[in-house]
Design a protein around this ligand. Structure first.
Ligand code: ADP
Ligand code: ASP
Ligand code: MG
Length: 437
């Protein structure tokens, strides 16, 4: 069985949905994971924002505008009046549900229920379309099997067990349609896998059913060697190792959700990145590929804060780093980069919710400096240290850029730099020029 995930743009209009239907109806059994139609999740975030601010009129106006967009979609998607009216009823129930939130108190719980509507709508509309065209497909409700635990991490045992039960309860189907992004949490409430999380849904599902392959269909022909939003002339990378893809996803390559490679890697399931707009393009195959001895790609992660702790008292003495790291742990704040010297340690974080408390506690150990608005630039490839020359090449490419931190040696697959946000575009272009042109 294959798992195919189609992102927001891939299902972003009636015409695109018809293209997806053509792609998936090839006589092979599969699970199809859909995102919300492009723009919808952002619209739902905006609606929630109005409701949080108790601007009910504003919220209702946005809900009605979104409803109109969907009315246009169903008008174009279905060919029979019977299905158009069925879809009309379906839309009405979803949008009446959205409108019902303007009558209640609004919390994070309500917001998550609202955000889930994007994927619930896209899958319902799409499944109805497959029904109209006579496909042997069925809805596989994600809320019946996708669950996160008390730490917000996927409960893989629960997912595998309940997904298997769902599949057993509807055998002999060719196409199982399910929602990306959405899940339940430990309290049985509607929750999600964070923005962009449909990729993660697909890889969790792929791992749960031990799929032959996980395909991520999007609006570009695979993982490019640099961020196409900032660099011109980027090229797709045909093959990547799981480790390389995981580094790129974690360090900002938006094409993949930061943690979506892990379930595939743990189960050795190849991941293929493919382009819905150009289905015959080769894309990128992510697997346990052969060693390439090459620098493959560059990515950038925004919104980084660097924290330096300088101490006169032998910072690196026995137990000192542990104490520093424990502070970050106690505020549930993951660290991305770490660099050390005899007199100090610098770390970078992307979650600044508890920054003030962290800084306060760190001051017990030394003087603390905070640099905000930083970016991690991550160069990824097959770079064991014996493979001489690559560090020099990369550092040389950034010779005109002020670099705040450098990190290499944590793995053979990445070398990372911390720079100012204002230098991001210049750095990405300089690296492309030096490494790929
Ligand atoms: P989807 O809606 O299908 O999940 P996303 O917008 O999340 O699609 O991801 C695809 C986008 O990721 C591309 O359109 C591209 O602009 C962006 N992107 C950023 N870095 C890369 C990269 N290295 N390779 C390919 N795409 C990238
Ligand atoms: N619809 C969600 C989002 O926009 C999830 C996804 O598209 O992957 O973030
Ligand atoms: Mg995405």
């Amino acid at each position: 069985m294959k798992v195919l995930k189609f992102g927001g743009t891939s299902v972003g209009s009636a015409a695109r949905m018809k293209e997806v239907a053509k792609l998936i109806c090839d006589g092979q059994q599969k699970i199809v994971v859909l995102s919300a139609m492009s723009g919808t999740t952002n619209n739902l975030v905006e609606i929630s924002d109005y409701l949080y601010k108790n601007n009910l009129a504003g919220g209702l106006e946005r809900i009605n505008m979104l409803e109109q967009k969907y009315n246009d979609v169903i008008e174009e998607l279905y060919s029979t009046t019977e299905y158009k009216s069925q879809a009309g009823l379906l839309l009405k129930s979803h949008f009446d549900y959205l409108r019902s939130f303007s009558k209640s108190i609004f919390t994070l719980f309500e917001e998550k229920a609202i955000l889930a509507e994007g994927e619930l709508l896209s899958t319902a509309i799409f499944q109805l379309y497959l029904q109209e065209t006579g496909e042997n497909s069925v809805m596989l409700p994600a809320l019946e099997f996708m669950r996160i635990d008390k730490n917000g991490e996927p409960d893989t045992a629960y997912i595998a067990k309940n997904l298997a039960l769902q599949l057993e309860s509807m055998p002999d189907k060719m196409i199982y349609i399910t929602q990306g992004f959405i899940c339940k949490n430990i309290y049985g409430e509607i929750d999600n896998l964070q923005r962009g999380g449909s990729d993660y849904s697909a890889s969790l599902i792929g791992a749960a059913v031990l799929a032959d392959e996980i395909q991520i269909w999007t609006d570009i022909d695979g993982m490019h060697n640099n961020d196409p939003r900032f660099v011109e002339g980027t090229k797709p990378v045909p093959v990547l190792h799981f480790e390389e893809a995981a580094e790129l996803a974690y360090f900002g390559a938006k094409i993949l959700h930061p943690t979506c490679i892990l379930p595939a890697k743990l189960n050795n399931i190849p991941v293929r990145l493919l382009n819905t707009m150009d289905p015959t393009a080769a894309g990128t195959l992510i697997s346990t590929k052969k060693i390439s001895k090459k620098i493959e790609a560059v990515a950038a992660k925004d919104g980084i804060t660097a924290i330096k702790i300088k101490s006169g008292r032998m910072l690196l003495a026995h137990g000192f780093l542990r104490k520093v790291f424990e502070i970050f742990e106690s505020y549930q704040t993951p660290i991305d980069l770490v660099t050390t010297s005899e007199v100090g340690v610098s770390v970078s974080i992307d979650n600044v919710k508890r920054l003030d408390e962290i800084v306060n506690d760190l001051k017990k150990f030394g003087t603390v400096t905070v640099d905000k608005d930083m970016v991690i630039i991550c160069v990824v490839g097959d770079m064991p240290y014996e493979n001489i020359g690559f560090q020099a090449k990369v550092v040389n490419a950034l010779k005109d850029i002020p670099v705040r931190m450098v990190s290499y040696g944590g793995s053979n697959y990445n070398i990372s730099f911390l720079i100012k946000a204002e230098d991001k575009k210049r750095s990405l272009n300089a690296l492309s020029e030096a490494l790929f042109n």
